[in-house]
Write a protein that binds this ligand. Structure first.
Ligand code: ZN
Length: 387
């Protein structure tokens, strides 16, 4: 917080501004829009390397086949598995080079798309993203997360632009398990709780705009998620998919460095270092992380607004099935040393948890992680010794 204040005070003629990476160059969306996207894809390249998971690559085949024939594309396929890792990327780089790929097409969820985007960035060729679920806004953003071979979060990479083409085919998204959209809601709603903190007291036009968009996004999700999940043919379902895949990305694009992730994603990153947490989706861990963040604000900063925000979220999570506790994430039996390890990762010096306007120790974080549903009393973290 203190640092942020200073950086605003020091604005001068010498201030350099990061480029604005607000949106993909082109977004095509609609029911079965993929079948009508051949021309837009073929304009970007004739020798695409299609990146995805094994099942997704098989599932997408019937959709892409007519396009490949009609536009005479020379395609090859590559898997991003075991994860979006440095070794997956170097393997795919070799494939891209041997195929003389002039275009990357990423198909799948966040990790497949993150791999495809970073690969295109490294090869300096265009990128098309085709999300197959509403679980993240990765199809939109100029950012990729890198994981270890054991799927532990390592670091993120800022890309030089958003994708050249995003194809949001509602028919395709509808085939994904409903749980993926629920996770996407958890990831998208975090934008408000994190951006409103990380933006600090910024008076920047675009930062203010992004934070307000994040509030609108939260309200849309509060209003429409239940109906959307009951009926995936409803307008509300499409609106919620737009919110998780598109609007969440817009906010990251407009807000840039001032609307970064805070504790909710830091908690997620820490949890990825526990192998048994890998069954929970990104957005599920982030949703739980929001409750932890609010709990920290409440315990360490005596923030009473955080108490009512957490109450509101607990009700919302119950109505749509987002995890509220470690038990809900399937982590009811983890050892204290695993919990401590994930808290230590989340509290590393470079972690976004330190965007909170107060210091957080691993002990304090553990106390928040095990009390996300605590409503009877406002615990005082002053009783918890700092490390
Ligand atoms: Zn996320």
């Amino acid at each position: 917080m203190q640092q942020k204040k200073q950086s605003y005070m020091n604005h001068s003629a010498n201030t350099t501004y990061a480029p604005l990476l607000v949106s993909p160059a082109q977004v095509l969306r609609g029911e079965n829009i993929l079948s009508q996207s051949g021309n837009a894809i073929a304009k970007l390249g004739k020798r695409p390397l299609i990146v995805g998971g094994k099942q997704t690559l098989e599932a997408i085949e019937p959709y892409l086949e007519p396009i490949v024939k009609k536009y005479d594309l020379k395609t090859t396929q590559g898997s991003y598995l075991p994860d979006c890792t440095e070794s997956s990327l170097s393997k795919l780089q070799e494939l891209a080079s041997s195929h003389q790929a002039d275009l990357i097409i990423g198909v799948g969820g966040g990790k497949a798309l993150d791999t495809a985007k970073l690969l295109a960035h490294q090869c300096q060729i265009p990128i098309v993203t085709i999300p197959t679920s509403g679980a993240t806004c990765s199809a939109w953003t100029a950012l990729s997360n890198i994981y270890s071979e054991a799927s532990a979060f390592q670091y993120d990479v800022a890309l030089d632009r958003c994708p050249d083409l995003l194809i949001l085919d509602y028919g395709l998204i509808r085939t994904a398990p409903p749980r993926t959209l629920i996770a996407g809601i958890g990831d998208a709603i975090a934008k408000w709780y994190e951006a409103s903190v990380s933006s600090g007291d910024s008076t920047s036009t675009l930062t203010i705009a992004a934070v307000q968009q994040a509030r609108v996004l939260r309200d849309i999700l509060f209003q429409k998620s239940v109906v959307a999940l009951e009926n995936n043919r409803s307008d509300d379902w499409r609106e919620v998919v737009d919110a998780t895949v598109l609007l969440a990305g817009v906010i990251g694009g407009i807000g840039g460095a001032n609307c970064r992730t805070v504790a909710a994603h830091a908690v997620h990153n820490g949890l990825t270092h526990i192998p048994s947490a890998h069954n929970a989706l990104h957005g599920e861990k982030v949703a739980y992380g929001i409750l932890v963040q609010l709990r920290l604000e409440e315990m360490l900063h005596n923030n009473q607004l955080a108490v009512s925000a957490r109450k509101q979220l607990l009700e919302f999570y119950s109505s749509i099935g987002l995890p509220k506790t470690l038990e809900d994430l399937g982590l009811g039996n983890i050892s204290l040393s695993q919990l401590r390890q994930s808290a230590e990762v989340a509290c590393q010096t470079n972690s976004d948890i330190h965007r909170l306007p107060f210091v957080v120790s691993p002990e304090q974080l553990i106390a928040a992680m095990v009390s996300t549903t605590e409503l009877s009393e406002v615990a005082s973290a002053k009783a918890i010794p700092e490390s």
